[in-house]
Design a protein around this ligand. Structure first.
Ligand SMILES: NC(=O)c1ccc[n+]([C@@H]2O[C@H](COP(=O)([O-])OP(=O)(O)OC[C@H]3O[C@@H](n4cnc5c(N)ncnc54)[C@H](OP(=O)(O)O)[C@@H]3O)[C@@H](O)[C@H]2O)c1
Length: 337
């Protein structure tokens, strides 16, 4: 089979290679991958950003893939050839709170990912694809969709009448906007251009703020809520956004600490966090049930994830460069012939 292999650290070292077809053992399932999607974390993994918590050579990258079952190993009852499936980001975290063992294996990090034609999955590390989604759309979910679902619905339980603030037009932010809107919440979305803000409003954001033109956007967001503050910030910006996120959040509200697009360290105004009874909640993707729930929510509500672009497998380095450019609106995906 064909696979994109990072021979040593750096996206310049990605090569399309012919490697032996894998075979499913007992309890395993062989999947022909049809699509994959990229996440910001794949850029980090390609540069060795996860240190000893990732493979640093001969890595097949990417965590998020969807495809068709080709063959099942001995003892597998849940799947059969022809089933359309999506793979979990953490194949050992199936439900409930996480622990180290459940998060020890992640695709495209500690072990090979899905930038290949065939891959063996543990039977439990797969979820059925809803009929309403294409392979590319389903491949958008395992990291970004699950993270947004975990933050907005599973943890914060956002519903009608509540206000959610999202940051930018990356995968997590757009999933969060769609999930919060479908739950009946009001969304205030940040972006850096008029054109992107218009698209965010089309997707359901009631208000948009330009974080470049309005560096004090936390105060503006608070004003938009009649000085009450937002119930939840889906914090993907990191260093340059946390201070404003704290200003934007209502007393007793939640900041879902997810990403660091603008840098990994930030100063915290501790008295403000304490006196506002803020809850800063770290989110690390999510479990298999979150994947199933997020896919079902999109099917039930008749909505689709936002796909920015698709590339063929052999053009993975170009797809990586596009994510690095920050010009995308939604998910950058790979179609696997
Ligand atoms: N903890 C977890 O489980 C988890 C899971 C998934 C992702 N993440 C992290 O979450 C972050 C986002 O991931 P992603 O894949 O969705 O990213 P992405 O697709 O690379 O998103 C980049 C977007 O961030 C926005 N942005 C950049 N600087 C900003 C700033 N100062 N203020 C507000 N927005 C800003 C830009 O929006 P505009 O173009 O609109 O300006 C850009 O489109 C990354 O740090 C990633 O590692 C964490």
């Amino acid at each position: 089979m064909k696979a994109m292999v990072m021979e040593s650290l750096g996206s310049a070292n990605l090569r399309l290679k012919e490697v032996p077809d894998p075979k499913p053992g007992p309890g395993e399932v062989l999947v022909r991958l049809r699509a994959a999607s990229l996440n910001f974390r794949d850029l980090l993994a390609l540069e060795g950003g996860y240190g000893s918590r990732q493979k640093s050579a001969h890595l097949i990258p990417l965590s998020d893939g969807a495809g068709e079952v080709v063959e099942v190993g001995a003892g597998v009852k849940a799947w059969q050839a022809g089933d359309r499936v999506v793979g979990c980001f953490f194949p050992d975290w199936l439900s409930g709170p996480p622990n180290e063992a459940m998060m020890a294996r992640d695709l495209g990090g500690m072990e090979d990912g899905v930038a290949c034609e065939l891959r063996v999955f543990g039977a439990e590390g797969l979820v059925a694809m809803p009929k309403s989604l294409s392979f590319v759309e389903a491949a958008a979910f395992p990291c970004a969709g699950v993270t947004a679902w975990n933050a907005v619905r599973a943890d914060a339980g956002i519903g009608p009448g509540q206000v959610v603030l999202t940051q930018g037009c990356g995968g997590v932010a757009l999933f969060a906007l769609q999930i919060a809107s479908a739950a009946g919440a009001r969304v205030i979305a940040l972006s850096s251009s008029e054109e992107k803000m218009a698209r965010l409003r089309q997707l359901g954001a009631q208000d948009t703020l330009n974080y470049k033109e309005d560096p004090d956007w936390g105060k503006t967001a608070r004003k938009l809520t009649g000085q009450r503050g937002v119930d939840l910030v889906v914090e993907t910006g990191g260093a340059q956004t946390l201070k404003q996120s704290i200003r934007a959040t209502r007393m007793g509200g939640t900041i879902a600490m997810i990403g660091m697009v603008s840098g990994p360290t930030a100063e915290l105004n501790l008295p403000l966090v304490a006196m506002s009874s803020l809850r800063i909640h770290g989110v690390a993707v999510g479990h298999r049930d979150h994947l199933a729930q997020s896919l079902a929510a999109f099917e039930t509500n008749g909505i689709k994830p936002v796909i920015d672009s698709t590339y063929p497998l052999e053009a993975l380095a170009e797809a990586v460069a596009h994510v690095k450019s920050g010009k995308q609106f939604g998910k950058v995906c790979i179609e696997i012939a």
